[in-house]
Write a new protein. Structure first.
Length: 256
């Protein structure tokens, strides 16, 4: 038994919709005879919390507690018997050697597998091109895990989706030297966003926090989400707000 991230279900909140059971590629969640979500076996839960984003009532969260380790080999066999070979290939750790996985090394969807992106001096970029300053993947708030190693002891930028398209110097002036989380407070379903950001702030030592938003009114929602999450985390994390107009002008504060 080791202390590790694992999903916890609030039975009072759970409404028995079953969406989480389909979203979990590892099949760790099922509905019991009271029509409530439960863990089948702890060894099937990878602790990444992908199910949190689909729960419509916020009944799921990731906690750290004593638990049996996630077992990708037994989980693959379980899913293979339950859903077939194609589904088994999507299990977290399915493309890794047996025993060679941890909660930060991947997830069911290969495109959202967490990884850090090494960066070199951007001055070495070819002439007439702008170097990318992106330092980790994934970046969308729905897809990130608060337990990704990339977020530990980092400078963090939380940006509204449109900011990178409006500010031509987004990479050079805002992203350089920072890890990134993006979200749209208007078009995203924000269910679980506050909880995920709260956990991110709790689990990691954030050296600095910058929030980039547009001048449009709906973008103020992102600022409120961050404020609420910082407060719930119990940490003192002051953050700067960078506001960008649709024409690419930085309204406040001025970026040198």
């Amino acid at each position: 038994m080791t202390k590790r991230p694992i999903v916890e279900i609030d039975r009072k909140k759970c409404n028995g919709c079953g969406i989480c059971t389909a979203a979990c590629a590892e099949g760790a969640l099922v509905l019991d005879n009271e029509n409530k979500a439960v863990l089948v076996k702890e060894i099937y839960c990878d602790g990444l919390g992908k199910c949190l984003d689909v729960c419509p009532v916020g009944a799921l969260r990731v906690v750290e507690r004593e638990s049996r380790d996630y077992d990708p080999e037994k989980t693959r066999q379980y899913i293979r018997d339950l859903r077939g070979e194609e589904a088994a290939a999507q299990v977290h750790g399915a493309d890794e050697p047996v025993g060679g996985t941890d909660a930060s090394s991947g997830c069911g969807c290969p495109g959202s597998r967490p990884r850090e992106i090494p960066r070199v001096d951007s001055s070495a970029a070819p002439q007439n091109t702008a170097a990318s300053e992106l330092g980790q993947w994934p970046i969308q708030l729905h897809l990130i895990s608060p337990f990704m190693p990339a977020f530990q002891d980092c400078n963090l930028l939380i940006a509204a989706d449109c900011t990178a398209f409006s500010l031509g110097s987004f990479h050079a002036q805002l992203l350089r030297g920072r890890k990134l989380v993006i979200a749209c407070p208007k078009l995203d379903d924000p269910q679980g966003y506050v909880e995920k950001l709260t956990e991110l702030f709790k689990q990691n030592d954030i050296r600095s926090l910058t929030v980039a938003v547009m001048t449009v009114p709906c973008c103020s929602g992102l600022k409120r989400l961050v404020e609420q999450a910082v407060s719930l985390s119990g940490k003192q994390i002051p953050f700067a707000i960078v506001t960008i107009d649709a024409d690419g002008t930085v309204v406040a504060p001025r970026l040198d």
